[in-house]
Design a protein around this ligand. Structure first.
Ligand code: 4NP
Length: 163
C-alpha cells in the first residue's frame, strides 16, 4: 500500500456502545500491528443518540479485553457530515444500512455505505447481530464475526488501495 494513501472508515451500529466500538478497536489493533495506522483512520458512530458520550457497554468491554481490545471510545450519533469525512461507512445490520441510506446527502454518498458482514471470509453471516438484549454468547459471537470481518476488510484495503 502506498505511503500516501489515506482512507477513512466509519463503523456504524445502533447505539455505538457494542458492535461499532468493537469494530473500531479490532481494526485499530490490526492497523497498528501492520504499521498502517497513519494511512487508514477508523472511527465509530451510532444511529441513535441515547448513549451520547458513554463508554462502550461494560459487557462488551469485558468480553473485548479478554482478547486484548481495550475499548475507550465515547458514543456519538452519526451525522450527514460524516459522508464528507469518511470514504467507507460500514453498517452492522440492515436496519443500520437503511438508516444510513436515509441520512446520506447524495447518491454518491450512498455509494460509501456497505455491510460489514460482507467482509467476512470464514464465518458465513449477512449481519453482525445486535448483542444488547442477549447473553454472553452473543458478545462472543460479535467478537468472532468482527475479527473475521476486520481481517477481510484489511485484506481488501491492501489489495484495493485506491478503491
Ligand atoms: P449496538 O448495541 O448497536 O451494537 O451499540 C445496542 C446498544 C444499545 C441499544 C441497542 C443496541 N439500545 O436499544 O439502547
Amino acid at each position: 500500500m502506498s505511503k500516501k494513501t489515506e482512507k477513512r472508515i466509519l463503523f456504524v451500529c445502533l447505539g455505538n456502545i457494542c458492535r461499532s466500538p468493537l469494530a473500531k478497536g479490532i481494526m485499530q489493533t490490526y492497523l497498528e500491528r501492520d504499521g498502517l495506522e497513519d494511512y487508514i483512520k477508523v472511527d465509530s458512530a451510532g444511529i441513535l443518540n441515547c448513549h451520547q458520550g458513554e463508554l462502550p457497554d461494560p459487557r462488551m468491554r469485558a468480553h473485548a479485553i479478554k482478547r486484548g481490545y481495550n475499548l475507550l471510545s465515547r458514543s456519538r450519533q452519526v451525522k450527514s457530515d460524516d459522508f464528507d469525512d469518511f470514504d467507507l461507512i460500514l453498517g452492522m445490520d440492515d436496519r443500520n444500512i437503511d438508516a444510513l441510506k436515509e441520512l446520506a446527502p447524495s447518491p454518491e454518498a450512498q455509494q460509501k455505505i456497505h455491510r460489514m458482514a460482507d467482509f467476512c471470509q470464514r464465518i458465513p453471516v449477512d449481519c453482525v447481530p445486535d448483542p444488547y438484549f442477549g447473553g454472553a454468547s452473543g458478545f462472543e459471537n460479535v467478537l468472532d464475526i468482527l475479527e473475521d470481518a476486520c481481517k477481510g476488510l484489511l485484506e481488501y484495503l491492501k489489495n484495493n488501495p485506491k478503491g
